[in-house]
Design a protein around this ligand. Sequence first.
Ligand code: GLY
Length: 382
Amino acid sequence: MNDQRWIAETIEKIREKISWVSEKNKDKIPYTTNEDGSYDDRSDAAKKWSIDDGLNWWTNGFWGGIMWLLYQDTKDKRYIDIARSCEKKLERTFADFYGLHHDVGFMFVPTAVADYRITGNTEARKAALHAANLLAGRFNPQGNYIRAWNDLPGQDTRGWAIIDCMFNISLLYWASKETGDPRYRHIAMRHADSVMEYFVRKDGSSIHIGEFNPETGVFVRSHGGQGCGEGSAWTRGQGWALYGFVNSYTNSGKEEYLDTAKKVAHYCIASIPESGIIPVDFRQPVEPALEDSCGACVIAGGLIELAKYVPDVEKPIYLRPAVKILKAITETRADWSRNCDAIVQNCSAAYHDSRHHFTMVYADYFYIEAIYKLNNTGILMW
Ligand code: GLY
């Protein structure tokens, strides 16, 4: 089947699946599916203090993001209603404050920023700017990094920055463009510069967690984080780096960010297995054969985005592996049936977790986003 036909057929399947899944789960904010295949709900305000399953859970923006992606495609206003219901719930986290973290970008870019960009909703703009201020407040000018997480039991995380934050800073770039105030962009670029210097290794792979001395700003060490170990290459982290540096280039125009995105992309392309099925860590042992379809979709999205900024002759270098990954997901790791609310199967949150090969709402988000990108009908999200 040629690629255009495959993309068109996949979009049809996405429309069909999300149509009933969204109706069934319209009052929830899902993260994963339960044993019976139905989505769980992270929007329980009573659990707002829990880092694991409360309203402030870091993936809570992706359900709304899926709704905006489907709205831009179908113009079905039902998707706006569900996205706004999710957005309103997320706004409640501002009042509590303590539960919020570096992932306010992941929470509010695909919800409030998307709403404002698509509909001009000024209430959404206000919420997104509020979130941007919270994120900017996490910046440490000693070390030039945005602090990850809050106090974790038994860990001093004051000096921790993580590769994932390359996505959160899109919120800061947006806030500068929106307000004309360059402070947010300066913070985003200083953070990106530090990540470029200390996170991206010479071979193009990226560490997950970098630790700075929070008083002096001196870089101390890396941590394995959600990957296999220190010195490894957590695949979703490679995706956050690759796609995140493309976003930083698009938002700032700084060429070194594009070069860095290419460097990480080349490392990823060289590491993609023949099957197109992506492991949890590119440096994990052969057995157990743990997979992460979510990291796969993030990498694919980054490769497609990167292809936009290279000469025509170079585009296939990035598009071919992206299509390979997405076809592997579509043909072997996607559930189009009514037995499961999620599409993308076999995701893993972290290499050392006891649980693997389950569904994660952000895998569906990045899968759908990537397919629309391939179709040239996506919206600017990050
Ligand atoms: N941002 C955390 C993760 O990718 O799991």
